[in-house]
Design a protein around this ligand. Structure first.
Ligand code: ARG
Ligand code: ZN
Length: 881
């Protein structure tokens, strides 16, 4: 059944308070929910009470203390409809649930014996019958009853208000959350957990207890997450004027979790991957991920919890905005340029393909079958780009005024994306009507640029043409409002004043060295004056809009921008564009049977970057990292699997071979700078490690003895996981006599650290080897593998399908068969994770005919199963449509 935004109707009954009591038991937890309901003004007097509920054993229903018989209610598949209810009443529902048998990890479940919940989006209905929709906001009081010997820690949202152990030996603890919230923000945790505690004093002088709960064996991996949390609280106070509002902020880390983390009010539940870190177990990327996700969940306290979504179509209202806030926070704490490059890499690798494929949807979708399938890169990452564009268009001060009004106007409400944009429009007296198209139209706009220089008149014309291709259900599109941050670079590398024709000299941006050019029509032309010499345009600086820009720049202009653009993002972008061009030409050469040659100018540009000591190592590493196979595939209308791999490998090998002395010298220098230093997650050190690992990767691709020796040594002697993994990744692509001993040693050392074992699976799943699939099949039988743990599934099956193109797209089609088998097997346990695995099939129409046929057959085989989950059904039908 398809749910439509157009069919939204407010609830007939609101809930002001809910009292929940849990008698915890692994297989038979009894839940008593007592809620105060009131009929909404405007609802019919005979409006039935509609409650959501799924997989519940209903024990009893009472209204105002009197039992309600089966003649007054209908128990439907996922609903309970009660007729003849008064205008205001207290409903008591008793249900029984099986947390230990809950493999979908939605609702109340157990992870390594720890009871925990995941209610977003629609998991609360697996706990009790309730209007499980975000526009019903109630105050929660939660009583947890359990055996304190087995469950020494018992937590829920808010503050503990009573705690006693009875003569029966059972403990009853009562938690009260003073803030009304939707059911998706409810949380409960109980188990044997170690506490890592700290505190934070807010800007107004209130002391907040910060409590991090982990399994006792992980007590030594909490420091970084705690430090990140404190930074997040402080940052939101200054950047957005937002203070934390409860006396306690709790985070619990669990191993079995479908997503990254969850912002439940006052009680976040996290995938342990985004909490636990020690220098020897976690990489720089892990440290960065923790800092970002801890901050993200914290920022939700205002953008998500205090102000929430009216309905799930508005998901980006909280997610796009919170991702943008997270990106701002990361840019303020790590290298701003590198963090922007990472944002864009994620967008291009995940969101652009989504926008171009069968499941393309707007940032605010208008229909869905299963909302879990809409926690997408479009809603999150493109949603964040939309907020960033708003920020760019109106400027920081206006943005802050808009945010202030948004918080003031909508605190405590469940609102829509229109409400958000209206707050910015009203606060600044602007019309943002056309801008709203970004929420409504799917697809990535393509913008092409034509330039014309007239040396006699001293004018430089820049003409932008935008097109937006049809997407499923949207055959016709309107032009988007695209902010293009731009500069004109003079021959000496300095940006030139930008003066538009017919512009008063005192116009706001007149003569500036960088301007925001706003495209609002299909074709927009800008004529710049006083430019006797042809400048090189630097466009879409900092990636100011989520579009595909074709600047039609000459190779020479790209090389110039690589070396001279004062916008670090665009320097990187020029290098990427150049690399993509080179790889495309090589793919064409492969197709035509021509011998492959790495262009001299490309190698020279590469050499200049690598040998320029004045550059930031982190940016050098980014600039010299070739575009990934997924993004390269996205740049081809017909994806050439072998061509992409062969061409990319060729470039890597050639660079490794021809620049061997420079790469070795640089690697040795970086390694020496690091020697003896204790690990610190600190921007300069992170940059050095990333560049050292990049050198090693090129040397490894060439396979020379000097490089492999260094990889082996780094792997064997590293004292932090970033360096160890850098070595292992190189060894992984070598023949078995080099790779297998490394894998064995790594497993032996880390078998008791699940997050490190995930890396062990992932490196093997993505290694390029002729027997890739057979190796994955062997690993599926390994005692450490489990279909029950989402991180494990992602590390082995997900990584293979998404990041081992030679293995997954092997010409015999076995990779496709394998993935279809796993999707079917997983669907019976965990539909959300099963549906995510359909992803690699979505682009099937972009491959050659043989592969198309085999991928389609695999999808059809999944479709032919009876009793598919809604999650998988939606992804597969849309992929085939
Ligand atoms: N709101 C969470 C976050 O972005 C994501 C939780 C989504 N979970 C789910 N099962 N769909 O931080
Ligand atoms: Zn979020």
């Amino acid at each position: 059944k398809t749910i439509l935004l157009a069919e939204y109707a407010p609830p007939a009954y609101q809930v002001s308070t809910i009292d929940l009591e849990f008698r915890l038991d692994p297989h038979a937890t009894r839940v008593t929910a007592t809620s105060r309901f009131d009929r909404m003004a405007g609802a019919a007097a005979d409006a039935p009470l509609v409650l959501d509920g799924a997989g519940l054993r209903l024990v009893s229903i009472m209204i105002d203390g009197a039992p309600v018989g089966p003649d007054r209610y209908d128990q439907q598949e996922e609903r309970l409809v009660i007729r003849g209810v008064p205008a205001g009443f207290v409903l008591t529902v008793i249900t029984e649930i099986d947390p230990a048998g809950n493999t979908a990890l939605e609702g109340l479940y157990q992870s390594n014996g720890i009871f925990c919940t995941q209610c977003e989006a629609e998991g609360f209905r697996k706990i009790t019958y309730f209007p499980d929709r975000p526009d019903v906001m109630a105050r929660y009081r939660t009583t947890i009853i359990g055996d304190p010997v087995v469950l020494p820690v018992m937590l829920s949202n808010g503050n503990p208000v009573a705690d006693e152990t009875g003569p029966d030996g059972l403990r009853r603890i009562v938690w009260e959350d003073p803030f009304p919230k939707p059911s998706y923000l409810f949380a409960l945790v109980a188990g044997d957990l170690a506490l890592h505690e700290d505190s934070f004093t807010t800007i107004s002088g209130r002391s907040v207890a910060l409590r991090l709960y982990v399994e006792p064996r992980n007590a030594d991996k909490c420091a970084h997450a705690m430090a990140s949390l404190k930074k997040a609280l402080a940052w939101d106070e200054t950047a957005y004027g937002r203070e934390y509002d409860l006396d306690i902020y709790m985070i619990v880390a669990v191993d079995d979790f479908n997503m990254g983390a969850m912002e439940n009010k006052g009680l976040n539940v996290f995938n342990s991957k985004y909490i636990l870190a020690r220098p020897d177990t976690a990489t720089d990327a892990d440290y960065a991920g923790i800092e970002a996700v801890v901050a993200h969940e914290y920022f939700h306290n205002w953008t998500g919890n205090r102000i929430t979504c009216r309905d799930w179509f508005q998901l980006s209202l909280k997610e796009g905005l919170t991702v943008f806030r997270e990106q701002q926070f990361v840019a303020d704490h790590q290298s701003a340029a590198v963090s922007r490059i990472h944002d864009v890499r994620v967008l291009r690798a995940a969101q652009f393909p989504e926008d171009a494929g069968p499941t393309a949807h707007p940032v605010r979708p208008d229909s869905y079958i299963e909302i879990s399938n809409f926690y997408t890169s479009t809603v999150y990452n493109k949603g964040a780009e939309v907020i960033r564009m708003l920020h760019t268009l109106i400027g920081e001060d206006a943005y802050r005024r808009g945010m202030d009004l948004y918080f003031q106007r909508h605190d405590g409400q469940a609102v829509t994306c229109e409400d958000f944009i209206r707050a910015h429009a009203d606060a600044n007296d602007l019309d943002l009507g056309d801008f709203f198209r970004w929420y409504v139209q799917a697809g990535t706009p393509e913008v092409s640029v034509d330039t014309r220089h007239d040396p006699d008149a001293g004018t430089f014309d820049v003409t932008f043409t935008q097109t937006l291709a049809p997407t499923p259900g949207q055959p016709v599109k309107q032009p988007m409002v695209v902010p293009v941050r731009a500069a004109l670079i003079g021959p000496d590398g300095a940006p030139l004043p930008m003066m538009l024709a017919n512009e008063p000299a005192d116009a706001p941006q007149a003569g500036a060295l960088e301007r925001v050019l706003v495209l609002s029509d299909r074709v927009t032309r800008f004529t710049f004056m006083q430019l006797p010499e042809r400048p090189v345009p630097s466009l879409l600086r900092g990636f100011s809009a989520p579009v595909k820009l074709d600047t039609r720049a000459e190779d020479a202009d790209l090389a110039f921008l690589m070396g001279h653009d004062d916008d670090p993002f665009n320097r990187w972008e020029a290098a990427q564009t150049y690399a993509i061009r080179v790889i495309h030409r090589l793919i064409a050469d492969i197709g035509a049977g021509r011998p492959l040659v790495l262009p001299l100018e490309f190698r020279e540009a590469f050499t200049r970057t690598i040998t320029d000591d004045a550059l930031d190592p982190a940016l050098v590493a980014e600039a010299l990292t070739l575009p990934g196979e997924s993004y390269l595939a996205e740049t081809m209308s017909r994806i050439d699997v072998e061509g992409i791999t062969t061409a990319r490998q060729f470039v890597r090998r050639e660079i490794g071979r021809s620049l061997e002395p420079q790469l070795i010298a640089l690697f040795d220098r970086l390694e020496a700078a690091e020697a003896g230093q204790p690990y610190a997650f600190e921007t300069a050190a992170v940059g050095r490690r990333s560049l050292a690992n990049l050198c090693l990767a090129y040397l490894g691709a060439a396979g020379g003895a000097a490089g492999l020796e260094r990889a082996e040594r780094r792997f064997a002697t590293a004292t932090n996981m970033t360096d160890a993994l850098g070595g292992l990744l190189v060894l992984a692509d070598q023949p078995g006599e080099l790779s297998q001993p490394a894998f064995d040693a790594f497993y032996d050392r880390w078998k008791d650290e699940p997050l490190v074992v995930d890396k062990w699976f992932m490196v093997q799943a993505t290694a390029s080897r002729p027997d890739a699939l057979d190796h994955v099949l062997t690993l599926m039988e390994h005692p450490a593998f489990s279909m029950r743990n989402p991180n494990r599934v992602r590390s082995l099956i997900g990584a293979f399908a998404a990041s081992n193109p030679q293995g997954f797209h092997a010409a015999d089609g076995r990779g496709y068969e394998f993935l279809a088998d796993q999707i079917v097997a997983l669907d019976a346990m965990n539909p959300q994770i099963a549906a995510r695995l359909v992803g690699p099939f979505k682009r099937w129409r972009r491959y050659d005919d043989r592969r198309q046929g085999m991928m389609r057959a695999a999808l059809e085989r999944i479709m032919s199963r009876k009793s598919l989950s809604r999650d998988v059904y939606e992804m597969v039908t849309k992929s085939l449509a």
